[in-house]
Design a protein around this ligand. Structure first.
Ligand code: UDP
Ligand code: MG
Length: 195
């Protein structure tokens, strides 16, 4: 019950201020579950790979990206910073290997560390594609990550898987299963299962 950390958070409850004479337990309120699908019958554990590319890491955008995904209600189940091996990049971008920009893409993705993450949530694949925005920064809508930060299609800050099947393939490519956690309760509390 206590999970790996041996604790279980109190959950989302309203508490009175320090000057209030009433004990906090008297004012527990019925806060709505902010993540209604988690644990419900329609909830499936969809996961996607998101990676902040070398330009995004260099420009100190990692925190902003994490904050956007957390605020959207998604759950972080894996994260690491690494210099991506060329073999991983070649497999990751295998569908693009005949494109004229492919050599430059591999050079760009090898030019510094990336921060790879796995996010989990309801429809997370589709939602994260909407959050990152169009591949070409000229087309990316304001409010999307690329629309807010990217200056050119060849320096577009972030990657997110474009299908559920692609996400499964990319997660296996970038992460060992032992590097991913499985939250006991969808990530709302502090207990976690083993990977
Ligand atoms: N890319 C590029 N020039 C192009 C098209 C794509 O440099 O004309 C790069 C860009 O970094 C893009 C990546 O190749 O993010 C993968 O392309 P894809 O079409 O899969 O776009 P994405 O799924 O990243 O939006
Ligand atoms: Mg793509």
């Amino acid at each position: 019950m206590g999970g790996l950390f041996g604790v279980r958070a109190a959950g989302l409850r309203c508490a009175r201020g320090p000057r209030d004479p009433e004990p906090a337990r008297a004012v527990r309120c019925q806060c709505p579950d902010p993540l209604p699908f988690k644990g419900g019958p329609s909830w499936t554990r969809e996961r996607t790979l998101v990676a902040v590319k070398p330009d995004g890491v260099q420009r100190r955008l990692v925190g902003d990206v994490i904050q956007r995904f957390e605020r959207r209600g998604f759950t972080l189940v894996g994260m690491k910073m690494l210099q991506a091996p060329e073999s991983v990049l070649a497999e990751h971008y295998q569908d693009l290997r005949r494109k004229p920009f492919y050599p430059a893409l591999i050079r760009y993705m090898s030019s510094g560390p990336v921060v790879a993450m796995v996010w989990e949530g309801y429809n997370v694949v589709r939602a994260s594609r909407a959050m990152i925005g169009h591949t070409d920064s000229a087309e990316a809508a304001p409010g999307t990550i690329r629309g807010d930060f990217s200056v050119h299609i060849s320096r577009n800050v972030i990657h997110a898987s474009d299908s559920v099947e692609g996400a499964q393939r990319e997660i296996q490519l970038w992460f060992q299963s032992s590097e991913l956690v499985s939250w006991a309760d969808g990530g709302q509390h502090s207990s976690i299962h083993s990977a």
